[in-house]
Design a binder for this molecule. Structure first.
Ligand code: AMP
Length: 458
């Protein structure tokens, strides 16, 4: 079904052709006609479904058709997003989709200069993409006025609530004209989100796509059981052996992300970290290097990775499993985007097994058990000693330090054969990653495998 049959105007269809999109995704197909009619919308969808285009395209068309001139310090469409990265990406998409429609687009979010935001909105802007806190600052300081808003979009509402933006959101909505079109998107719909949606929306059309189980089906998933202290060596070996185009590595904490980057560097593998303690320029640099492929390994926490939209992520490594099962689905949804294939590998220590159970319950799917790489213990020891030579003694993971004495250099492996759990063993049954990767595509080490640091431009 071509985009034009959804009722989209020629400049938008041309912009989509320029992006190489041939067919609308299900959420685009289901929501664009309703939004063009001016209806409110409740969209239950996560990133990776094409939801940004679903709300940006009809909104651009309606703004163009209404043909109003925006006044200085005002805006006509407001998109609220939980993180700076997501806000930046929505704005990039809006610029691309609106390239033949002559609307202005700006972003405001924390971590950047407020003076710059002020000047960006001073002449008025058609589409403003913002995080809630900085938006309120600008309004309260008199640099921005929301009384001309025609369209409001609240994106990733569940994440907004998780981040504690509820009061900010309610405050913003009180500043908006009552007569407006409102769109509300969330990946999950627990009662608290539904309540919030009821306050925002008037007689909305509802569109629901991609339940957790469907995302999970698109991604080739596996889990390797190992000790916490073995994860670093395991990651290093897999990055060396597998044909990686771009890999996202998820940790639970900022400290953990930095530690993974440092230890990979000790083995000559360039990676960058992205998390809330990084400055905005650092985050932008890391993301740009990842997108361009210059540094194809990005280590991220959940919040920082929220909204990262990079095509061509071939692998997602769950270095630590998330304790909220929905996060797992968000994480693995970073690969296999827009119909591509992707692989997600989780590392699961003994104390993370309950998290794995929760994940399997949510996705209604068993995760395949993978084997440790062949000759794992010997290679892990070699990796450790090379790293010690390069950067000195390994810092113990935080968990181990909290427990007191340093973890033994060679802990008792949790992957020792267990009759009941079906746990993987080195070179034993289960998935063989190096071979699986070779079988998959013949991309081989020429393109794949982690690039050494010198090659990666560091
Ligand atoms: P989103 O869910 O908005 O984050 O979009 C996920 C990815 O799909 C982004 O990389 C989009 O650029 C891409 N995308 C969106 N719509 C389409 C489409 N109709 N055809 C192909 N790719 C698309």
């Amino acid at each position: 079904m071509p985009f034009a049959t959804l009722g989209l105007a020629e400049p938008l269809v041309r912009a989509l052709a320029a992006k190489g999109y041939n067919e609308p995704t299900p959420i685009q197909r289901d929501s664009i006609p309703q939004l063009l009619e001016g209806r409110d919308l409740l969209g239950i969808a996560q990133t990776g479904t094409g939801k940004t285009a679903a709300f940006v395209l009809p909104s651009i068309q309606r703004l163009v058709e209404a043909n109003k001139r925006v006044l200085p310090t005002h805006c006509r469409m407001l998109v609220l997003a939980p993180t700076r990265e997501l806000a930046g990406q929505i704005a990039d998409n809006a610029r691309a989709y609106g390239q033949f429609s002559r609307l202005s687009v700006a972003t405001v979010f924390g971590g950047t200069s407020i003076a710059r935001n002020r000047s960006d909105v001073s002449r008025g802007v058609d589409i403003l993409v913002a995080t809630p806190g900085r938006l309120i600052d600008l309004v309260e300081q008199g640099f921005l006025n929301l009384s001309m808003i025609e369209i409001l979009v609240l994106d990733e509402a569940d994440q907004m609530l998780d981040l504690g933006f509820i009061h900010a959101l309610k405050k913003i909505v009180r500043m908006l004209p009552r007569k407006r079109q409102s769109l509300f998107f969330s990946a999950t719909m627990p009662p608290s989100i539904r309540q919030l949606a009821d306050q925002f929306l008037h007689d909305p059309a509802t569109v629901s796509v991609v339940p957790a189980s469907t995302t999970a089906e698109r991604v080739d998933q596996s889990v390797i059981f190992c000790n916490q202290t073995e994860k670093q060596a395991l990651l290093t070996i897999l990055l060396q052996d597998m044909p990686i185009d771009r890999a996202l590595v998820f940790t639970r904490t900022k400290h953990g992300a930095d530690r993974v980057v440092k230890l990979l560097a000790g083995n000559g593998i360039a990676a960058s970290a992205i998390h809330g303690n990084k400055s905005q320029p650092q985050r932008e640099r890391a993301l740009a290097a990842f997108k361009s492929g210059e540094v194809p390994i990005l280590v991220a926490t959940d919040i920082a990775a929220r909204g990262i939209d990079v095509s061509g992520v071939s692998h997602v490594f769950n270095f630590e499993l998330p304790n909220v099962p929905e996060q797992y689905v968000h994480r693995i949804g970073r690969t296999a985007r827009a119909g591509a294939s992707g692989e997600a590998i989780a590392f699961c220590a003994d104390d993370e097994r309950p998290y794995l159970k929760d994940i399997e319950k949510l996705t209604r799917q068993k995760v395949t058990i993978g084997a440790l790489p062949e000759d794992f213990l010997r290679r892990a020891e070699k990796i450790r000693s090379e790293r010690v030579k390069a950067i000195g003694a390994d810092p113990a993971p935080r968990e181990d330090r909290q427990r007191g004495p340093r973890a033994p250099a060679r802990p008792k492996a949790s992957h020792a054969p267990k009759a009941t759990a079906g746990t993987a063993q080195a070179g034993g049954q289960g998935r063989d990653y190096a071979n699986a990767s070779r079988r998959r595509g013949g991309r081989g080490r020429g393109r794949g495998g982690a690039r050494p640091m010198a090659q990666a431009g560091r």
